[in-house]
Design a protein around this ligand. Structure first.
Ligand code: SF4
Length: 208
């Protein structure tokens, strides 16, 4: 499986302390894509589910908090269906809150409805359309739809939406590969991103 990155704990891509997994590769090329560097999976090393599982264990150990949910994004997770299914099965070892983003609309995923889709709790589907970015806490643009596949998590997400007060925000994480931004971005996020990177680097220097 080609995984571009993983972070924990992330709090702005769904409710609670989440493991976020970015799968590499996406053919869509939406204008204004937040992760254009993940569209081309060439050069991303193949890893096994065992390596991913160990990485999660290490993350959880060093963060000192429990996993309250998983968010799987990219790239396009459904471009690696077998890997996505393996990841989902592993996520169920921790909890039942598994959110998956896809640039496809749900009808385009019909062949995965009985295996992948029925095993996740929330699907946010549809391509990113910059002109329809209205600042929703989890939808990149208004054309996307939040599908509660597992109704038991609906209340938790509705609480999260109201806590976020209908807004989104981005966070920066310092990683060995540089600064990584999480969250649903605004159309002018590059300006905000530069500001956050500057602040993150400043904080890093203070701790050196
Ligand atoms: S579907 Fe997502 S990852 Fe793919 S190009 Fe569009 S915004 Fe980027």
């Amino acid at each position: 499986m080609k995984i571009a990155r993983m972070l924990f704990p992330v709090n702005n891509l769904g409710p609670g302390n989440r493991v976020v997994i970015w799968m590499a590769g996406c053919k869509r090329q939406c204008v204004g894509c937040a992760n254009p560097e993940l569209q081309d999976a060439t050069g991303i090393k193949d890893i096994s589910i065992g390596i991913l599982r160990n990485a999660i264990l290490q993350f959880v150990k060093s963060a000192g908090c429990n996993v309250e949910g998983f968010t799987i994004t990219g790239g396009e997770p459904f471009e690696q269906p077998e890997a996505l299914m393996e990841i989902i099965e592993m996520c169920h070892e921790y909890c039942n809150d598994i959110l998956v983003f896809s640039g496809n609309v749900r009808a385009e995923l019909a062949k995965y409805e009985d295996d992948i889709v029925s095993n996740i709790s929330v699907l946010i589907d549809g391509p990113y359309i910059e002109a329809q970015n209205n600042g929703h806490p989890l939808k990149g643009s208004d054309n996307q739809v939040v599908h509660f596949i597992d109704e038991s998590v609906r209340e938790k997400y509705q609480k999260y939406f109201s806590q976020m007060n209908g807004k989104n925000y981005i966070e920066c994480f310092s990683t060995q590969d540089g600064v990584v931004v999480t969250g649903i971005h605004k159309p002018d996020f590059k300006k905000e991103y530069k500001k956050h990177v500057k602040e993150a680097r400043h904080k890093e220097k203070e701790h050196e």
